[in-house]
Design a protein around this ligand. Structure first.
Ligand code: ARG
Length: 261
């Protein structure tokens, strides 16, 4: 995670970003700190990547890389405003413990890649349509040696996979069907017949931008309806307020780059 000390909305690279709307950086830092503390309280280890002036979106750490089994597929950002973040993430991965691959293709890390460890011997779900290039899906498959399932995103408000779908445990996911093309929806139905289905309001409250440890699902405080659905499915929702970071187009999951050593 990387604290939003330099957070700002200075440009528009997704429909949520309005540079004329004021941002309260102090409040953003407080909300972020509360997310970090909530994860630590639930016995998760959080490493902090130092923020950089001039990189106002760096708080969305999920976009910096994607790792599986100690292999890291680095990010290559779509927009120049964020491209310098990739090298800062790269520097975090100590070559003694990680095998890092510099990407050729445009991809935004965990923003568009998700890992389901218990399905098909470990399958990677990958979004495209707005940010990550579909050519990066093939590259990720070569680098990670895992099947990559390409899913087409169709709603510009849900421009990354991690705002449309989340992995809940080793074999199950939650998603909003309306964020995907017909064919991709059919793929998801086949792979995950027991998925928790979210509705449009859940998705637009950034409810799907959640991170789960298999038991607790940490999700946005506004996503109460999705919280209730997750609870009915046997998970414990832990709601976290991240209103300031919504102004940049992200929530809980965007702030976290999950490490899979
Ligand atoms: N303003 C950032 C962007 O548009 C938000 C990124 C949100 N991150 C995510 N993993 N969905 O790139």
């Amino acid at each position: 995670m990387s604290p939003p000390e330099h957070f700002a909305v200075e440009y528009t690279i997704n429909p949520w970003m309005d540079p004329t709307a004021p941002v309260d950086v102090e409040l953003a830092v407080k909300q972020w700190e509360n997310l970090r503390e909530t994860l630590v309280r639930h016995e998760h280890t959080v490493h902090v990547l130092p923020p950089h002036a001039g990189l106002p979106d760096m708080v969305y750490a999920a976009n910096g890389a994607f790792s599986v089994d100690g292999v890291v597929y680095g990010a290559r950002f779509r927009y120049p405003q964020r491209s310098a973040e990739a090298a800062l993430h790269r520097a975090f991965y100590d070559p003694g413990s990680w095998r890092f691959h510099d990407p050729v293709e445009i991809n935004e890390g965990e923003g568009d890649f998700a890992y389901v460890p218990g399905t098909g011997g470990g399958v990677v779900l990958a979004g495209f349509g707005f940010r990550t290039d579909p050519t990066a899906h093939a590259e990720a498959q070569e680098v990670l040696g895992r099947p990559v399932v390409s899913l087409r995103l169709t709603d510009p408000r849900l421009y990354h996979l991690d705002v449309a779908l989340a992995v809940l445990d080793d074999t199950n996911v939650t998603y909003y069907p309306g964020a995907f093309s017909d064919g991709s929806r059919r793929v998801l139905e086949r792979l995950f017949p027991d998925a928790v289905l979210a509705d449009e309001a859940d998705a637009l409250a950034f409810g799907l931008n959640l991170i789960s440890d298999g038991r607790h699902a940490f999700l946005n405080s506004e996503a109460t309806a999705l919280g209730a659905k997750l609870s009915a499915a046997g998970y414990t929702p832990v709601h976290v307020e991240l209103g300031e970071l919504k102004k940049g187009g992200g929530s809980v999951r965007c702030c976290i780059a999950e490490l899979r050593p």
